[in-house]
Ligand binder design. Structure first.
Ligand code: ATP
Ligand code: MG
Length: 442
């Protein structure tokens, strides 16, 4: 036998037992976006490498160490997208969307980063994201944060914390960068090697270091918020007032940074207490300089991206801890409305046709395909959780009829003519709660 093939490290199959929860999350997200007036955008997975060099920055880990980059057959350098923002902005510029007024967009799909795989960290992972282009007010920052917060709350996630910071303007950050570098240079021997390197390339990113001793050292470092101009400080104050007015709890985190010149003012993360080291479920902020950086007209913008794998981990933990909660409802297994028991050549052909007719009428039908003894098929019908069983055997096939039996409640068996599927649908509607899958109910 030839050797079995496996997926690449960090590339994960989503098996049938998992996809239901994924679909449920995606459909709740879609409903939120629709109510908030956002439109979907879909961009290619593969982009010119230059887009990410310019749009994320060569000094970042993502571009410097984590990208899947290769030359295509025409010798162009291509990269699998490591995130969505740069592509969305490229697309908006390329197609002139920005001259058509503010663009409120969402996207969802796989992203690729060559990282060390662990719980909540994969090489192919998935994000749902929001980008609002052409909006500048503090209120728009809050609107975008609220969208993420309410989505997570509706999904039934608890134990979340919203952390916010302000990165101010470019001038604020230049002033601060100088203070920080001076302060760190006096303590360079206490820094981890990664941070020592960043001191010259991207010093603000040091604030984001996960190294424990660097984190302790940074507790006494000067903070960005102290370096904000009066105007920037006032803007940040407005964001906080608005969050308070909406009763959205938040923590100020002076070390939350995005570390690039085109990010400024509001930065935020939503972290979960259930995820250990990979705690950030959602991260975002304002990036007023990016559109220009990518060749468009100066356009303010704000957005976020949410990591699906981490969200799913949180939801699974939540569902296990609280079996009656919203998260548990999302993970509930699929139950057909009707289980169709059938056996014998003629009966099986008629059952296939009836299944098709009932499905077209919106009934979810599990058609037993085994041709096994009736007792065996009935056992499976009972296990399926379906409210009804339908039976077509040789005798029913001869009479062109189907028998319908309630499985969950006591009740009489009824016979229907096979040429009248509408009558079957009508009787099934007496247990209408099973009719629609959850995504359709929202
Ligand atoms: P981290 O510090 O955890 O590496 P990040 O700052 O690189 O996160 P962003 O680029 O802000 O992450 O991406 C937004 C979200 O996407 C993260 O908060 C996280 O939920 C998710 N995410 C990022 N990288 C991965 C990955 N390799 N695997 C799974 N999810 C990821
Ligand atoms: Mg990362």
């Amino acid at each position: 036998m030839s050797q079995q093939l496996q997926s690449l490290r960090g590339m994960v199959d989503l098996l049938p037992g998992k996809t239901r929860l994924w679909r449920a999350v995606e459909s709740v997200a879609r409903a939120h976006f629709q109510r908030s007036g956002l439109d979907e955008i879909r961009t290619p997975l593969l982009e010119p490498t230059e887009l990410f060099n310019r749009g994320i920055g060569e000094a970042t880990d993502v571009v410097g160490k984590e990208m899947y980059t290769f030359a295509d057959r025409g010798d162009r350098s291509c990269s699998l997208r490591p995130e969505g923002t740069a592509s969305v902005v490229r697309s908006a510029i390329e197609h002139g969307l920005l001259s058509q007024g503010a663009q409120k967009l969402w996207y969802a799909g796989p992203m690729f980063r060559y990282e060390r795989p662990q719980a909540g960290r994969q090489r192919q992972f998935h994000q749902i994201g929001v980008e609002c282009l052409g909006v500048s007010s503090a209120r728009s920052d809050v609107e975008v944060i609220v969208l993420a917060w309410d989505l997570l709350r509706d999904l039934g996630v608890s134990g979340l914390e919203l952390q916010i910071n302000s990165l101010g303007t470019l001038e604020d950050r230049q002033r601060y960068r100088q203070q920080l570098v001076t302060w760190l240079e006096d303590r360079v021997d206490q820094l981890d090697t990664d941070s020592q390197q960043r001191l010259s390339t991207n010093p603000l990113r040091i604030l984001d270091s996960k190294n424990p001793s660097t984190q302790i050292l940074l507790a006494d470092a000067p903070t960005l918020v102290e370096a904000l101009s009066q105007e920037s400080a006032k803007r940040f104050e407005t964001v906080q007032v608005l969050l308070n007015q909406l009763a959205i709890p938040f923590q100020f985190n002076s070390r939350l940074v995005r570390g690039l010149d085109y990010y400024g003012h509001t930065a935020f993360e939503i972290v979960s207490d259930q995820l250990g080291a990979q705690a950030t479920v959602c991260g975002g902020g304002r990036y007023d300089g990016l559109v220009q950086q990518l060749g468009g007209a100066s356009t303010p913008a704000v957005g976020w991206a949410l990591g699906m794998e981490r969200l799913i981990l949180v939801l699974e933990a939540e569902a296990a801890a609280n079996p009656d909660g919203a998260a548990a409802r999302l993970t509930a297994t699929r139950v057909p409305d009707l289980y169709l028991v059938n056996r014998g050549d003629q009966a099986e052909a008629l059952a296939l046709r009836l299944a098709r007719q009932l499905r077209a009428a919106g009934v979810s039908v599990e058609l037993d395909g085994s041709s096994a003894a009736f007792a065996k098929q009935f056992k499976r019908a009972n296990r399926s959780g379906a409210a009804w069983a339908a039976v077509i055997g040789e005798e029913e096939a001869q009479a062109r009829q189907v028998r319908i039996k309630p499985l969950l409640k006591a009740g009489e068996e009824q016979r229907f003519e096979l040429n009248d599927p509408a009558a079957v649908v009508a009787v099934l509607q007496t247990t209408a709660q099973n009719y629609l899958c959850p995504e359709d109910q929202r």
